[in-house]
Design a binder for this molecule. Structure first.
Ligand code: SAM
Ligand code: SF4
Length: 330
């Protein structure tokens, strides 16, 4: 695999791209979306061919890892075709973040199409709580999806849980037991202030990773491990289980100095940082230069100069970034 040709002003090498393939979703999670969402008109959304062009160009610049996300990537029509195409790029890692609702039927085709890893979001094991957090989701379907992913032969499945104080924090022990039983890693995430929401006060709901670790420690030892996925999560192990427990702490632990990633929104905006608005319009370049990827390639190289040094999220829940997480691609 080629050495990454993408380096920013702070000496960080970018070799990981997250591609949002849709802003749409069959869920309306309270921390991610408003109840009534307006989605983008079709012509503003990149076609699957355009997304593949961007992916291929990043790979030619040394990208080794791609994650498909959204919105819910599995509600994008013909997503399997995109997975098949990206699957031929010889990536070191090719993953997807999904809410799991479509996995009962799609896990096996995804695996066959060349997807290597899955992160599945799971915030509650209580059907009613799950329905209230996701507004439209059905827990049994997601649990079926997790089993389908295991049956399809996916290795290294991870669960993602956003922890909200007074919301699902009391379920942390059950979620850890579930992960241990299924032999699947689990990562707890601090809620980020992305997009304006009305359901809860983010400042009050913030449950820090330190608080979540304290809850887990009431039942289990947590041994810090230096293992790292090159990402923002910090991992712990338990002496009596093979699984890893991860923590992503955008508030309490600043991970910007090792940031190796950029994100493409579904309208083709290349975001240089999750917590800042710095971006470059790749859709314009894609559509004004349909024949060759040279300009696209140069635009991506030049965009590295815009990558900010770090994000600044305030813990009081104030919205600093107006785009919702479904636009950003989590
Ligand atoms: N729909 C897919 C899913 O839920 O897994 C993929 C997209 S979703 C935006 C990606 C991840 O971002 C999910 O794990 C979700 O829990 C997380 N997320 C969404 N909004 C968030 C927020 N405001 N703060 C922290 N994590 C958030
Ligand atoms: Fe949809 Fe994922 Fe956002 Fe929930 S977190 S609303 S499943 S995009």
């Amino acid at each position: 695999m080629s050495q990454s040709k993408l380096t920013d002003r702070f000496g960080r090498t970018v070799n990981y791209v997250r591609l949002s393939v849709t802003d749409r979703c069959d869920f309306r999670c309270v921390y991610c979306m408003a109840e009534e969402m307006t989605f983008l008109p079709r012509q503003q959304v990149l076609t699957l061919e355009e997304i593949a062009r961007v992916a291929r160009t990043f790979v030619s610049l040394g990208t080794e890892k791609i994650r498909l996300t959204g919105g819910e990537p599995l509600v994008r029509k013909d997503i399997i075709e995109l997975v098949k195409e990206i699957g031929t790029f010889g990536l070191r890692d090719f993953a997807m973040t999904t809410n799991g609702s479509q996995l009962p039927t799609m896990a096996a085709p995804l695996r066959k199409a060349g997807l290597k890893r899955l992160n599945i979001s799971l915030d509650s094991l209580d059907p009613e709580k799950f329905a209230s957090i996701t507004r439209t989701g059905k827990l049994s379907r997601v649990l079926e999806g997790i089993d389908a992913a295991r049956d399809a032969g996916f290795k290294g499945i991870k669960l993602n849980t956003v922890v909200m104080k007074g919301g699902n924090d009391h379920e942390v022990p059950d979620l850890v037991e579930f992960a241990r039983k299924k032999n699947i890693d689990i990562t707890f995430i601090e809620e980020m202030p992305l997009g304006e929401i009305s359901e809860h006060d983010r400042g009050q709901a913030l449950c820090t990773s330190e608080e979540v670790r304290d809850i887990v420690r009431q039942q289990h030892d947590l041994i810090p491990t230096p293992e790292d996925s090159g990402g923002p999560a910090r991992y712990y192990r338990m002496s009596d289980s093979p699984i890893k427990v991860g923590f992503i702490s955008p508030h309490s632990h600043n991970f910007c100095s090792t940031c190796n990633r950029v994100r493409l929104t579904v309208e083709g905006r290349l975001l240089l940082c999750l917590g800042n608005e710095h971006s470059v319009d790749l859709r314009r370049v894609l559509r004004s230069h349909p024949e060759t990827d040279d300009r696209l390639r140069q635009t991506i190289i030049d965009s590295m100069d815009l990558k900010p040094e770090r994000h600044h999220f305030s813990a009081n829940g104030d919205v600093q970034i107006l785009r919702f997480m479904n636009m950003t691609g989590g």
